[in-house]
Design a protein around this ligand. Structure first.
Ligand code: PLP
Length: 412
């Protein structure tokens, strides 16, 4: 019993060394513990519309319910035909430049599963992938888990968080495999100009890189803006387009997402074989969720009612941004898409060393949960992200508390 072997502790694998996902990290665990003690926490941490009373369109629930008995078995590994066809038609209606068919569409358990699958299929040990900073942190986590390295390119806050094209170019090496573009962006809410998207495509073409376009917020836009899918701007770069129903149709729990392969496919047969293999290995995505896709993608998009000038999300955005900017030393750009704010904390006014500890203080002192900027791979402890999904009442309440918290910090 005293031999060393039996005393070994069980450790996580070395693969997880550089993998982190703080949106559901220590802050959330503390919040959950506080709730178990009977406290009410205002949670502005996760982009999950349903719990905030943003209900799924009724027709989708009906359609899924009606097809429930059809959805009990495994489907084709890439997904059911009608859903994949609807995905193709969606991109074709937006001006897709290259020829695609249903074999180019993969349904996944949310975009999340497809991000992990892509990185596993693409990356050898030591390969690099360019990922925005700040980012939706699953991209970085999945790249590092695959044995590769996430290399972050800068998005410029002064330039409304547009990607810095010179920074992208300067970070390309012989190991770079692709560029991730998140547009509209989480956490900044930025929507990118066509000109900038074309510049990124030119870089990808010049260096033979894959483009991974995470466009899950493309139907959540404010101020009459228009989103351009990257697949409609090129036919000679390999573009992987990611999207799904978690946000636009408020059914994150159904895990309905997809990825479409378009553009320069003829040179990617081997990689695509890898994707097919990984799709087969996980058998298929949640089939009930697949049945939501065809209904969701056709016809009127109800998200427009929420983001128009009279809509709930629009009003919540206005409130969040104006209340943030009214706090001394806090500044926030206007998000053009999605439902996040990523405000800057002036380090002259609030000298923060550890932004997670700072957000932990906010949680414990004011019972408000938000995520620190470094959780989105931002390189300085001077930002945080909040979700403006709560109704105006709760949002006012959260902003009052935030106001009070920062006032107290100024006096310390
Ligand atoms: N991509 C981005 C940019 C996101 O913000 C999210 C969720 O927050 C996802 C992907 C994953 O979404 P899902 O797996 O529900 O499709």
């Amino acid at each position: 019993a005293m031999n060393g072997h039996s005393m070994n502790t069980i450790k996580k694998s070395d693969k997880l060394q550089n993998v982190c996902y703080d949106i559901r990290g220590p802050l959330l665990q503390t919040a959950n513990r506080m709730e178990a003690e009977g406290k009410r926490i205002l949670k502005l941490n996760v982009g999950n519309p349903a719990p905030f009373g943003l209900q799924a369109p009724h027709e989708i629930l009906q359609d899924v319910a009606m097809n429930l008995s059809e959805a009990t078995g495994y489907s084709d590994s890439q997904g059911i035909f009608s859903a994949r066809k609807a995905v193709l038609q969606y991109y074709q209606s937006k001006g897709l430049l290259s020829a695609v068919d249903v074999r180019d569409v993969y349904l996944g358990n949310g975009v999340s599963e497809l991000i992990v699958m892509t990185m596993q299929a693409l990356m050898n040990d030591g390969d690099e992938v360019l990922i925005p900073m700040p980012d939706y942190p699953l991209w970085t986590a999945a790249a590092n888990l695959s044995g590769g390295t996430a290399v972050h390119y800068r998005c410029n806050e002064e330039d409304n968080w547009q990607p810095d094209i010179e920074d992208i170019k300067s970070k390309i090496t012989s190991k770079t495999k692709g560029i991730v573009v998140i547009n509209p962006n989480n956490p900044t809410g930025a929507l990118y100009s066509d000109d900038l998207l074309k510049q990124i495509i030119e870089v990808a073409k010049a260096y033979d890189l894959i483009i991974m376009a995470d466009e899950i917020y493309d139907r959540i836009l404010y101020d009459d803006t228009v989103h351009t899918p990257m697949s409609t701007l090129t036919d000679d770069v390999l573009v992987l387009s990611y999207n799904g129903l978690s946000k636009s149709h408020r059914i994150a729990g159904f895990r309905a997402g997809w990825m479409m392969v378009s553009g320069r496919k003829q040179h990617a047969a081997d990689f695509i074989e890898g994707l097919d293999m990984l799709a087969s290995m996980r058998l298929c995505s949640n089939v009930q969720g697949q049945y939501a896709i065809q209904t969701a993608m056709g016809g009127y998009q109800s998200m427009k009612d929420l983001t128009s000038k009279t809509g709930r999300l629009y009003k919540q955005r206005e409130l969040a941004v104006s209340r943030l900017n009214a706090i001394k030393g806090i500044s926030c750009t206007m998000p053009q898409g999605a439902f996040y704010c990523f405000p800057k904390i002036d380090p002259e006014v609030y000298p923060i060393e550890d932004d997670m500890a700072f957000m932990m203080d906010l949680l414990i002192e004011e019972n408000v949960l938000m995520v620190q900027g470094t959780g989105f791979n931002w390189d300085k402890p001077d930002h945080f992200r909040l979700v403006f999904l709560p109704n105006l009442n709760d949002l006012e309440n959260a902003m009052d508390r935030l106001d009070r918290f920062f006032a107290k910090k100024r006096q310390q």
